[in-house]
Design a binder for this molecule. Structure first.
Ligand SMILES: O=P(O)(O)OC[C@H]1O[C@H](O)[C@H](O)[C@@H](O)[C@@H]1O
Length: 333
């Protein structure tokens, strides 16, 4: 073989640089990504709320109300708001007691930290990870006063043709130990809630928040011997799949590990796999309650079911310097 003294060195062309890339835009407080294969995700920096997730055929998988406020004035009614450091109305006599319902993450302005792409030669299985951050210094001073713990949150949203992964890291960057609850308040879009069945929670005990609220209402004028409010009881599972036929607000405690499946008219629509998010909330306000919500369009309650993976049955303690991580992976069909 003849030695070529002036052989040009190879151009730095690798399959990676030739490969089609995910398109990312970061404008007007929104970051979105489109994969070469067509999947799409959009994240609002307000709350790092995912407000759209589409499969390659353009089908939207998340519900966002037509009356949702996307201008930062309120938590988004739809998508995937992040609940932290407390789920629901904060308990009295707890460090979070002065915070609003569902905490401070969903109404704070997050920072976009950047993307990591992984490309394939064909572009057929490229994926992209978008990272977002929120620290205690970034939340409003009123909220800092209400919950003065020093925290750092990193939220990673990974879009691939196989699905959408959302993972949250919670770090204690302060000197003292604190505790938190966390939940991904996912509004899954469905054509009609009455045609939905949820599988995978049949064997899990749950708290029925609707029944509890009714009980409390009925007991309002009755004498309370201890003066302290009763705690909701856990209902023994019925071993039935869940269908939703009225207002539903249930906290399933320490659900079994397997996937949760949402079927529509008997066909698979969503599958959710959880890591470190042991509890699952199933919520739909139904007609009457939805009519009283000023950020819910008329009749739109039929078009979603919230299946919310979280860690809310108890409090997770985090010591100074510790980081805790949890995630969910969703597939849509
Ligand atoms: O109206 P929000 O504060 O967004 O809360 C919406 C819903 O979130 C969860 O699903 C709770 O279990 C419900 O009790 C609550 O009504």
């Amino acid at each position: 073989m003849v030695e070529r003294g002036h052989k040009p060195s190879n151009l730095p062309v690798s399959p990676q640089t030739m490969a089609p890339q995910a398109r990312i835009t970061n404008e007007n407080g929104r970051v979105n990504a489109t994969l070469p294969s067509g999947e799409f995700v959009e994240v609002l920096l307000h709350g790092a709320t995912i407000i759209s997730w589409k499969t390659a055929n353009g089908k939207e998988n998340l519900f966002v109300s037509s009356k949702a406020r996307l201008d930062g004035s309120k938590a988004v009614r739809g998508g995937i708001p992040i609940v932290f450091p407390v789920f629901g109305p904060p308990p009295k006599n707890h460090a979070t007691s002065e915070l609003p319902q569902h905490g401070l993450a969903r109404t704070s302005h997050w920072e976009y930290l950047g993307k990591t792409s992984s490309e394939s030669t064909s572009g057929g299985d490229s994926s992209v990870k978008l990272d977002f951050g929120l620290s205690s210094e970034m939340v409003g001073t009123d909220l800092q006063d209400h919950w003065p713990e020093k925290f750092g949150l990193t939220y990673s949203v990974t879009l691939s043709p196989q699905g959408l992964e959302t993972s949250l890291q919670v770090s204690n960057v302060g000197k003292s130990t604190w505790e938190f609850q966390v939940l991904l308040h996912t509004y899954l879009r469905v054509d009609n809630i009455s045609d939905v069945i949820i599988q995978g929670l049949e064997a899990t005990p749950f708290t029925d928040k609707v029944a509890f609220a009714e009980q409390q209402e009925a007991m309002k004028n009755e004498w309370e011997p201890s003066g302290s409010p009763a705690a909701p009881e856990r209902t023994t599972p019925s071993m039935d799949v869940i269908s939703i036929k009225s207002e539903t607000d249930r906290v399933y405690h320490n659900a079994q590990d397997g996937p949760i499946r949402v079927l529509h008219k008997g066909s698979p629509r969503f599958e959710i796999v959880r890591d470190m998010l042991g509890d699952v909330v199933v919520w739909n306000p139904w007609e009457k309650k939805a009519a009283g919500m000023n950020d819910m369009g008329e009749g739109e309650w039929k078009n979603f079911v919230c299946v919310e993976a979280g860690s809310v049955s108890s409090w997770t303690k985090l010591e100074s310097g510790e980081t805790w991580e949890a995630s969910q992976i969703m597939k849509a069909f």
